[in-house]
Each structure stands twice: as structure tokens, then as C-alpha cells.
Design a binder for this molecule. Structure first.
Ligand SMILES: Nc1ncnc2c1ncn2[C@@H]1O[C@H](COP(=O)(O)OP(=O)(O)OP(=O)(O)O)[C@@H](O)[C@H]1O
Length: 629
């Protein structure tokens, strides 16, 4: 219950010993590091652009099954150059939503509606390419675990900045130094399974990857979450160094320590979509004290406010909770500290910067290089792939060696060729189904930041995986072809190798489709075998295709198993010299009904290889576009 709902001024003089104590506390806060730092700011010394962000009357609602849910209810505020604005509030208060709207990452869509305006130096952020001037650092640390800190920065710098090699490397070193990461710069990021850099270093790396371009506005979603209080304070100090350079920093923060709390330039407290306080942290104690909520002397104000704004169940508030929150929101609306968003600075006009992006080939090259580093540092997958082909080849050699060339050999030969077809395509499909889900967070993040298009990523991904595909099918061909004594001419061997390689690549393509559609590796592992397994039925070895259900007979044309098997059989028997009495009886191609010319089957296989990739690319494009909204 708000005891004092009268207008509250942050500047009114202390009238009682209690008020004097509050004033002293506020003074102590003012003497904290932030205010010392702020005095040293000389924005004119910095050449980089200064941006003031002003958001006015932001409302955000979503349509749910139960009706319209209002998430932000007319929130206004600003963040100026040299300011660290911290947004705090209870869980579900709308902090991340506000941050996303201010960053221009949420706009009205099918079931969500945004009203109000967000302006950067007076220009509506939707009318400029705001991400050219700002960066958004998400709560999740999305970094490739196999790269080192220096490599992460270098990739980001090369992708985003233009300049000579020396300039790029200089920028990388400067960012490492700015973020005090010198000692860990050559350590790999690591993952849950392979320990790498510490949590604080990881967070600083995420920040470094983004601020390497020197953005004027740095927006962070819960940058200190999961860090101990000392590491969190160190991180906030690094961000304060950024505001000292004239940057505008806005962050949502959970449970800051009292040391961190007093370093913010401005505190915004949100509750249930309303602003309940906006102003210097040092003035907040007095403000809430005047409303009847006195924060005890030795209690961290951040904890006190979180407890004050907490509701047990957001969707079923008690009458007391409802009354408290409404009166806090009303008190802010009527108070003198309520901010009327206006531009206070001599603002530079924001014009879109020229296109700073690299050309297509350089981007493909950088992504390809990163994928190769990733593969070399994570050899497990490559080794497993090699081992799979060696084991399957060895089993084939053991079971079917030296097939011979008499009539009785036909059944064994066609059998082994079908078995090879199966192994070859399945061993392409299944691991590939896992690759996109593993890289999905990195791809979606970098794509949404405009680092590269889906097409560039897709081309680089395909190119980086090609060498392995050529190697495994060569091992397969060499280990099996001569041991089984198949049609022994050089041209037949190389055609055999080419068929296996194209079919394997078609298998990889079908894996890409599944990988593109599945969000996680677990789901992809479950669904991975489904598509190829269904296509095996139409591979031409388990039944006469002419007698199958007409409704499904078209599937034979999209089955790489069928085309691969047919090609291998034709390649084996087209000019095979049989040890046989009767010519007619000895032509297995006639018996199997494989009368097409070989080139036709190979072209169909190539068409499937390309077609599967086009479908996979469309799936990825749809997912990346959906993610952007
Ligand atoms: N697109 C959406 N669809 C459904 N609900 C949404 C959507 N966006 C936001 N919300 C809801 O709006 C409310 C505010 O979400 P938001 O993420 O902004 O909260 P928050 O203050 O950042 O919370 P936390 O501190 O727990 O992260 C939540 O109840 C959330 O479920």
C-alpha cells in the first residue's frame, strides 16, 4: 500500500534526520566510481558517433487464446551518450521486451502489436539501418566452442570491418586489451564437455565480438547473469569504460550487487509493463521512501526493489498486490521525476553508412575457413565418418570376396551393390542431419545480425564438407572394388567412384533437409533415418517396381537408392564378359529391367543431389526469416 501518493521530487531538501540520512546515502552513491568517471568524459575527444535513444509511449501486446495480453503499457524513456541505463524489474515485467523494441528487434507481426516510437538522434529507428549504429548482446553466449577468443574476434572483425590486414589485426588486439582478455586470448572457448575459458571470459568474448565495430549504442540482455558478484562488477566496469568513450549502454540486469547498482547512470524499474521508477539509482531510495517503502540502511536497494515488485503469480494477483502495483505505477506517472522523452543533446544527423560489407567470395571464404578450423579442432566427427566407411567396407570384403564372373555370381554381385548403395547413402544422410542443428544458434545469430545471407552460409557449409565426401567414397571404392573383383577397367572403376560420390552427396543433401527442419541434434537424430528409410523401399531391390501401389510409384523417381543401385549394376554389367553358355540367359540387365543408358541414371542422381540441396536451402531460408521476426 502506498502511504504517500503525493508528488515526489528528487531535488527537495531533506527535512528530517531520516531524510538527511537518505541524502547522505545518495551523496555516497554520487561519489561512487561512475560519477567520477562521468566527470572525465569528454565526448568531443572521441570521433565515434554519439547517439541518444528516446522511446515514447511504447505499448506491446500479443494475441493469445485467452485474448489480448498487454505486456508493455505506455513506457517512455531515454538513454544518452555516456549513460549506462539499467532496466530492472520482476520476472515477466517486460524488460527483455522493452530492450528488444528499443533495439528494433521487435515490430508488429501477425499476433503481436507495437505502438509508440523509438528514435535515435531524432530519427525513427525503422527509417535508418539502426543495427549499423548499435549492437545487441543476447543473454545466451553463442560462440563456436572450437575457436579461440582471438579467432572469434578476428572472424567478427573481418566479416564486419573493411581495412587492411594490419588494421584488422590491430583492432583485434585492441579489443582483447580493452576487455582485459590478453591472458586467455589463445584459449579455446570450450563447451560443457570440453572445458574452455571461464564464464566471465566467455561473456567478455561475446561483448568483444559485438563491440569490435565500435557501435555507438550497446544493448545487452542480462550480461551479468550466471556470474559471481566480483566478475559481474568487472564486466560492468568494462561497460563503464565504453560509456566513458561516449557510448550509450542499455542493459537489463538481474540482482546486481550494491557495488554494481551504484555504478548505473540511470535505473528504470518496470513492473507488469509499467514504469515505476526512472532516474539515478542514488535518488531511488528517497523516492520509494517517500512512497512509504523505506529500504533499510544496510540492504542492497536492488534486492529491496525486486522484493517490492515481486508478485507470487503474475496471472492471478491478490487484491493487495494489484493495489500496490497500480499505486506504484500511478505514483510514477504523477511524480516530478517522470521523464518526458525529449532530445537534450546537440544531435548528429544519422545517415546510413555506406555498404561496409565484404563481397560474396570473401564471406564464403571466411565462413569456409572457420568451418575447416572447426572440423580440424573437432576431429571426432571426421574420424567417426572415416571409421564407418572402413568398417562397412571390411564387412563387405569379408562376406563377399572375389565374386567371379559366372551366372551364379549375379545374385551376390547385385546384392553387394545394393548393400553398398544403402551404406553409402545412409552414411551420408545421418551425420549430415546433425550438422545444421549443431550450428543453428550461431547461424541464426550471425544471420540476424546481417553478417551473411543464408545462401552464403549454405555454400560455405557445402564447400567445407565436400573434401570429406570425396575421401570417404574413395576409401569405400578402393577397399571394395578390387577385393570383390568387380568389372576391372579403369573407366569402370572411376565411374563406380563417381556414382558412389554423387549418391553419397545426395544422401548428404537429404540429411541437410532434415537438419534444416529440426531445431536440436536429438530431434534430428530421431528423424534423420526416416526419409532415407522410406526411400529404400523404392530402391529396386526389394520388389518389382511395376507391381507396387501406383499411388506411390512416383517415389521411385526421388529415391537416390534406386538410381544409385541401377547405375552401379549397369556400370558393372554393361560390357561384362560372362563365363556363360547362353547369352540370353546371362544378361542380368534384361532380367532386372535395367535397360536405360547409364548416363541417364547418373543425371537423375545429379538432379536429386542438387534438388535435395535446393529444398534444404529453402528450409533454412524459411527458418532464418521466421527467426528475424
Ligand atoms: N512473443 C511472445 N509470445 C508470448 N508471450 C510473450 C511474448 N513476448 C513476451 N511475452 C510475455 O511477456 C511477458 C514479459 O516478457 P519479458 O521476456 O519481456 O519479461 P522479462 O521482464 O524480461 O522477464 P525475465 O526477467 O523473467 O526474463 C512474459 O510473460 C512473456 O511470457
Amino acid at each position: 500500500m502506498v502511504k504517500n501518493n503525493s508528488k515526489v521530487s528528487s531535488n527537495s531538501p531533506p527535512a528530517s534526520p531520516e531524510a538527511e540520512e537518505e541524502a547522505n546515502y545518495a551523496k555516497n552513491l554520487e561519489n561512487g566510481p561512475l560519477y567520477e568517471n562521468l566527470k572525465t568524459i569528454d565526448c568531443a575527444d572521441h570521433n565515434s558517433m554519439k547517439i541518444q535513444l528516446v522511446w515514447d509511449s511504447i505499448c506491446y501486446s500479443i494475441d493469445t487464446k485467452k485474448g489480448k495480453q498487454e505486456i508493455l503499457k505506455g513506457v517512455s524513456g531515454s538513454a544518452s551518450p555516456g549513460e549506462f541505463v539499467a532496466i530492472m524489474g520482476s520476472s515477466g515485467a517486460g524488460k527483455t521486451t522493452l530492450l528488444n523494441i528499443v533495439a528494433g528487434r521487435i515490430s508488429s507481426f501477425h499476433n503481436s502489436h507495437v505502438t509508440g516510437s523509438v528514435k535515435a538522434n531524432g530519427a525513427n529507428i525503422s527509417s535508418i539501418k539502426f543495427d549499423q549504429f548499435s549492437t545487441y548482446i543476447t543473454q545466451e553466449d553463442i560462440l563456436l566452442p572450437t575457436l579461440t577468443i582471438r579467432e572469434c574476434f578476428e572472424f567478427s572483425a573481418r566479416m564486419r570491418l573493411k581495412g587492411t590486414n594490419e588494421e584488422i589485426l590491430e583492432k583485434v588486439e585492441k579489443t582483447i586489451a580493452d576487455l582485459k582478455l590478453e591472458k586467455a586470448a589463445d584459449n579455446v572457448i570450450g563447451s560443457v564437455l570440453n572445458k574452455g575459458i571461464s564464464g566471465g571470459e566467455r561473456k567478455r568474448t561475446c561483448i568483444g565480438v559485438e563491440i569490435i565495430t565500435d557501435p555507438a549504442v550497446i544493448i545487452l540482455d542480462e550480461p551479468t547473469s550466471g556470474l559471481d558478484s566480483f566478475t559481474a562488477e568487472t564486466l560492468v566496469d568494462l561497460l563503464i569504460e565504453q560509456i566513458n568513450k561516449g557510448k550509450t549502454v542499455i542493459a537489463t540486469i538481474h540482482q546486481p550487487s550494491s557495488n554494481v547498482f551504484k555504478k548505473f547512470s540511470k535505473l528504470i524499474l518496470l513492473c507488469e509493463g509499467y514504469t515505476v521508477y526512472q532516474g539515478p539509482p542514488a535518488d531511488s531510495r528517497k523516492y520509494f521512501s517517500n512512497l512509504g517503502y523505506k529500504c533499510p540502511r544496510h540492504v542492497n536497494p536492488a534486492d529491496f526493489y525486486m522484493r517490492l515488485l515481486h508478485v507470487v503469480n503474475r496471472f492471478e494477483k491478490t487484491p493487495e498486490e494489484e493495489e500496490k502495483l497500480n499505486s506504484l505505477a500511478d505514483a510514477y506517472k504523477e511524480s516530478e521525476i517522470k521523464e518526458t522523452p525529449t532530445s537534450k543533446y546537440d544531435l548528429t544527423e544519422l545517415k546510413n553508412k555506406g555498404d561496409n560489407s565484404l563481397n560474396f567470395f570473401k564471406k564464403v571464404g571466411l565462413l569456409w575457413k572457420r568451418s575447416m578450423i572447426n572440423a580440424v579442432r573437432n576431429p571426432f566427427l571426421s574420424r567417426v565418418r572415416l571409421a564407418q566407411f572402413i568398417i562397412v567396407s571390411a564387412i563387405i570384403d569379408l562376406v563377399f570376396h572375389d565374386l567371379g564372373n559366372d551366372f551364379d555370381s549375379i545374385q551376390n554381385t547385385t546384392g553387394v551393390l545394393f548393400f553398398m548403395t544403402l551404406g553409402n547413402i545412409m552414411l551420408g544422410n545421418n551425420p549430415s542431419a546433425l550438422t545444421f542443428p549443431a550450428e543453428r544458434p550461431t547461424f541464426l545469430k550471425e544471420h540476424s545480425e546481417g553478417l551473411y545471407s543464408t545462401f552464403i552460409y549454405f555454400i560455405a557449409k557445402n564447400l567445407s564438407e565436400l573434401p570429406m565426401q570425396f575421401v570417404v567414397t574413395m576409401i569405400y571404392s578402393l577397399m571394395v572394388y578390387f577385393a570383390l573383383d568387380l568389372n576391372l577397367t579403369a573407366s569402370r572403376f572411376f565411374t563406380f567412384y563417381a556414382i558412389l560420390t554423387i549418391a553419397h552427396m545426395a544422401g548428404v543433401g537429404s540429411g541437410y533437409i532434415i537438419g534444416g527442419l529440426c531445431e536440436t541434434e536429438n530431434v534430428a537424430a530421431l528423424f534423420g533415418p526416416i526419409v532415407p528409410t522410406s526411400l529404400i523401399v523404392f530402391g529396386g531391390s526389394f520388389g518389382n517396381l511395376k507391381n507396387m501401389n501406383v499411388a506411390f510409384s512416383w517415389i521411385q523417381y526421388i529415391s537416390p537408392f534406386g538410381w544409385c543401385f541401377k547405375s552401379l549394376v549397369i556400370n558393372q554389367y554393361e560390357d561384362f564378359d560372362f563365363d556363360c553358355d547362353s547369352d540370353e540367359k546371362c544378361d542380368p540387365l534384361d532380367t532386372l529391367g535395367f535397360n536405360d543408358p547409364l548416363w541417364k541414371d547418373i543425371i537423375c542422381l545429379i538432379a536429386l543431389m542438387i534438388g535435395f540441396r535446393i529444398i534444404a536451402f529453402v528450409c533454412l531460408s524459411m527458418i532464418s526469416r521466421k527467426k528475424k521476426h
